[in-house]
Design a protein around this ligand. Structure first.
Ligand code: FAD
Length: 384
């Protein structure tokens, strides 16, 4: 590894900027370049789905622009510059603005929103909100709207539903699963969240897929699989995220669901690392803030000369649905055990225990959501 060449970080999301900041605490000298397809503004992505509750427009969510960040990090930041190829053998990346040689390369380029193929001419009219620019367009689009239809009943769909209902909109949610947050919550907890959101005014069309989306004079119409049509002023698609792997795979870097890295965040290519939403860390794809913070701290030490593994403790996820607060630590996918549900109404404590009684996961809703911290301490670490 050539120490005179820069450390190059691709991406200025929370992963890229957190890593750069952590690195600069340990190493103020090594040349550092950040390359980003966007404008390089720093912001906290979780704020995108509670912008109405917080009353924040896109510009108010931006914490600093690229120039301010470059100065604070003693780094060069190349904005609006898209990586097109990586050559790990030559230690070189190709961007829309030419080539750049790196000493070490860090892939922190996030995940793409999943696009579902739908009939009709309205796909482009659906908003997908995965960065600050998207959010700016969405806020412009929603100004003057009354009815919003959301495709997707997962974390982001539910958070947007709650935020928009708080913002005074009429909200309908279409999702193919029989319940909300199916990937994260046991059934009883899903029901509590759905009931909370319904009471707040959200209308669900569960167990129904969208078949087509059309532009209309007022906005969009979504046709469901049973032929019903939902008319709305604006549509949002929130049907999942897919780690960006194409360019890494094209460079011969091993990928699975994400870019595969070991506990040192090393990809299969020497000198190339990955973290955040694009990475699959020892088999775990965890597209949340806590894991990327832990990864950034460990990788910063490695880049500064002390090779350091990342450790994940338990990683509780808080779902920002104030209509029914939820925190969840899903049990491992292959864990043997059962859910035990206590509580009533919307305040539930669902505990996933192994046969010998060990707590392997939990979901807490309503008044029980505050038990997140104490329960998290009992759950085994994800990556010890
Ligand atoms: P990103 O923020 O996506 O950054 C990727 C960067 O890579 C961008 O700068 C992009 O421009 C750049 N890039 C991409 N492709 C290229 C290319 N080819 N060339 C150059 N640059 C490129 N997590 C929680 O823990 N709690 C929450 O409450 C929560 N709420 C969320 C709400 C919403 C609406 C969303 C979408 C996510 C939420 N998450 C939440 C997830 C969390 O925000 C993400 O895990 C995290 O922000 C990912 O950061 P990242 O830096 O890895 O990726």
């Amino acid at each position: 590894q050539n120490q005179t060449l820069p450390i190059v970080i691709i991406g200025t999301g929370l992963s890229g900027y957190t890593l750069a900041r952590e690195l600069r605490k340990l190493d103020t000298e090594t040349p550092l370049v950040l390359v980003t397809a966007d404008d390089g503004r720093s912001y906290s992505k979780p704020m995108l789905s509670n912008g109405f509750a917080k009353g924040k427009a896109a510009d108010e969510l931006a914490q600093a622009d690229a120039d301010t960040q470059a100065e604070a990090l003693n780094a060069r930041i190349m904005t609006h510059t898209r990586i097109e190829a990586i050559d790990p053998e030559a230690g070189r990346i190709t961007t829309g603005a030419g080539t750049l040689d790196y000493g070490r390369l860090i892939l922190a380029w996030g995940a793409n929103p999943v696009r579902i193929p739908l009939e009709g001419d309205g796909m482009d009219a659906l908003y997908q909100v995965n960065d600050l620019t998207d959010y700016g367009h969405f806020r412009e689009g929603v100004a003057g709207a009354r009815r919003v239809v959301i495709l997707g009943g997962g974390l982001i769909g539910c958070e947007f539903a709650n935020d928009l209902i708080n913002g005074g909109f009429e909200v309908e949610v279409v999702a193919p699963d029989p319940r909300v947050l199916p990937a994260l919550l046991p059934e009883a907890a899903s029901e509590a969240v759905r009931a909370g959101l319904e009471e707040a005014g959200v209308r669900f069309h569960l167990q129904h897929s969208a078949r087509a989306v059309h532009r209309t004079s007022e906005g969009v119409s979504v046709t469901l699989d049973d032929g019903r049509v939902i008319e709305a002023d604006l549509g949002v698609a929130a049907v999942g995220l897919q780690p960006r792997t194409e360019l890494a795979a094209a460079a011969g870097i091993e990928c699975g669901r994400g870019i595969r890295v070991n506990q040192y965040l090393e990809t299969s290519a020497p000198g190339v690392y990955a973290l955040g939403d694009c990475a699959e860390v020892c088999g775990h794809v965890l597209p949340y803030v806590m894991p990327l913070m832990a990864a950034a701290r460990a990788l910063a030490k490695t880049l500064a000369g002390e090779r350091t593994p990342v450790h994940y403790g338990s990683m509780p996820v808080t779902v920002k649905t104030p209509a029914c607060p939820v925190a969840v630590c899903p049990p491992p996918a292959d864990a043997a055990g059962e859910w035990h549900v206590e509580g009533e109404g919307r305040s539930l404590r669902a505990l996933f225990r192994s046969e010998n009684g060990d707590l392997l996961g939990f979901a807490v809703t309503g008044d029980c959501a505050g038990e997140k911290q104490s329960l998290s301490r009992e759950v085994p670490a994800i990556l010890p």
